[in-house]
Design a protein around this ligand. Structure first.
Ligand code: ZN
Length: 108
């Protein structure tokens, strides 16, 4: 009878990190560490400390709307909505022509 009580107390202390950390966000990881490394005293201490630390506040990422820059048409000088492929006034394409680097090095 005394042996059973000792085993019960032993189990309680062995799973103390799991009991304390059962409401943590990573409770499953604490329980796993407690079960698999709890027998090493270090693993048990780590699990206990982990169970007692406060959860980091959940980071809520608020997407910031991209500041839409209107596109200035170099042909007619009017602005078009950002993301436009063509000028809404004169119909000129906003596709930027790749400038050849070699053309700048041509002998004068
Ligand atoms: Zn234009």
């Amino acid at each position: 009878m005394v042996g059973l009580i000792l085993i019960a107390i032993g189990c309680f202390f062995y799973f103390l990190p799991s009991i304390l950390g059962r409401k943590k966000r990573n409770a499953g990881a604490i329980v796993a560490l407690n079960i698999f490394l709890g027998w090493t005293v270090l693993g048990w201490i780590v699990a206990l400390v982990w169970a007692l630390t406060n959860d980091a506040p959940t980071q809520i990422v608020i997407p910031v709307a991209q500041v839409s820059q209107p596109i200035l048409c170099t042909s007619c000088g009017k602005y078009s909505a950002s993301g436009s492929q063509f000028c809404t006034s004169c119909g000129r394409s906003f596709y930027v022509q790749p400038v050849s680097v070699a053309s700048h090095n041509l002998p004068a």
